[in-house]
Every structure is written in structure tokens, then in C-alpha cells.
Design a protein around this ligand. Sequence first.
Ligand code: DHB
Length: 311
Amino acid sequence: MIDISTTIAGVKLETCVFNASGPKDETLPDLNIIAKSKSSAVMMKSCTVDPREGNPHPRYVDLQYGTFNSMGLPNLGYKSYVKFSKIIDEKYQKPVIASICGMTIEDNIKIFRAFNDTPVKFIELNPGSPNTIGKPIIGYDTKAMDKLLNAVSMVSKKPFGVKLPPYFDLVHFEEMAKVIKKYPVKFVTCVNAFGNALVIDYKKEQVLIKPKGGLGGLGGSYIKYNSLANVRKFYQLFENKIEVIGVGGVYTGIDAFEYILAGASAVQVGSAYMQKGPPVFKKIQDELTKIMKSKSYEKISAFRGKLKTLD
Ligand code: DHB
């Protein structure tokens, strides 16, 4: 029997494959669909204190190998997700996860406090959508991250982790890991959409989306190799004390296998869920199980992080 279960923040998940925050997880009907799917958890849309409509349309496009968007954090406000977490928890035997993306430290404190009294099993702090106009990505500012983590650590009664933007310079991994290690952060999720990409329609000589002059977040297979490197670096820097969740271009069992080999304890499915819908979770899980069977791995810990190098 092949076991693809995992544990994140002390919470057992039936499989290591669940939905990423963002795609189709904003409303209660959206969350019911995820709860009924094979996603091993129900991750909710990143929420702010007040409801937000998000950026002007068009703000999302499917690309051949991924997705491109500047949604601008449309969400119903944290009070709705507090309510939804209770409804979903009562109806399904599946961990519900909150994603918090407050606009200020005070907002984040308020939202974390509100989730203390909910059945959410853990929280993913999202310190920076690349698409919030006028707001820098906190994940690129170690001092701001330090302050934010300090603040939420003081108030959160739930285990929490942090969703990180992609880093490209080895020094940045070390600096961010050092800050994160100061706090009771249980996991990091690597990585958020690559911010401020530009996709062009050459025939029309025009951008594809309206916000920010056409700049938006890139997701899917385009970002997989950098995302794998981010998983690998944080896995090495955290030495099994902080779990790593991989996200970015997980469409197949091979993608999931590669993330786990790089050090991920779980993978999230974002673009692929947006494009393929609920059946994608079972597809990835079945394919991963098949690969493990062919390699005689009975559980993911048998190969997690065990990527071979050439030296
Ligand atoms: C949005 C995009 C992100 O990458 C994120 O982390 C949060 C929100 C958005 O545009 O809605």
C-alpha cells in the first residue's frame, strides 16, 4: 500500500496534494467544490479586513503553460472566511486553512485574532500579493517581515506558516531564513506568483490584462524550475525544523514527485486547478502513487529531500 499522506504544522493530511490559495476559493460554493474534491485540505482565498472587488477586468488569462493574472486580492473580507471555515468544517472531514493577507500589521493582527476562534487547522500568512496596487511585496523586505512575523506570533493561537515570493539570489534565501527562524513559523510555502511579468499579444501589439499597464503575476509551468530551487534552498536552510510546501506548475505526478525530492512535505495546486478543475487532484495523486510504486517508495518520507547532486 502506497501512502502519500503528510503532516503539515502537526496536522495530518490524507494526501500531500491540496489547492493553492487564489484560484476559485473565494466564495462558499467555491469552497464546497474543493471540499468535495480529492484536495486533502480546503485552502481559502487570501483575505483582508474589508471586502475587496479587486482590479479592473480583464485581469486573468490562461496561457499555454500557465496562468497570468492581476486579480488585486478580490475577497469577501475576513469575517466571511471565519464563517465559511465553520460551515466547511462542520460539513466535511477535511482540514480548512485560512490565508491571511492584511494590508497593514494591525490588519493582520485583527484577522489572526479572529481566526483563533475558528476550526481552521493552520494559517498561511501571505505577506504580499504582487498585484496589490501601491503596496510593496513585504516578502522582499526582511525588516518588514521581521516586524510582521513578530506581531502575528504574539497573537496567533493557531500554527501558521508563510507564503514567500520567489528569490533568485542565494543571499536572499539566507537573509529570509534567518528572520523566519526567529519565530514559531511551522512552514513556508514556495512560491507565490512571479510578480510583475509582462505578457504581450504581438498581433494586437497590446498587453493582455488591464491593471498596472499590463503587468501581472505569472504562474504555472513557467515558474516551476525557480520554484523548485526555492523549495530546495529553504529545505536545506531549515534542516527539517520548518516544513516546506511547494507550489508552482504542479500539473502532474512527476511535478509533485520533483517537489518532494527537492524537499517539499506537500504541494499545492494553483494554475492546474484553475485550468483543469477538481479532477486534477486525483490525477496528480494517482500519478504520484504510480511513480512511487515503480520506484518502490512506500511513503513520501522515503525520498523527500533526497535529491542527488553531481559532486
Ligand atoms: C493575489 C495574487 C497573489 O499572488 C496573492 O498572493 C494574493 C492575491 C491577487 O491578485 O488576488
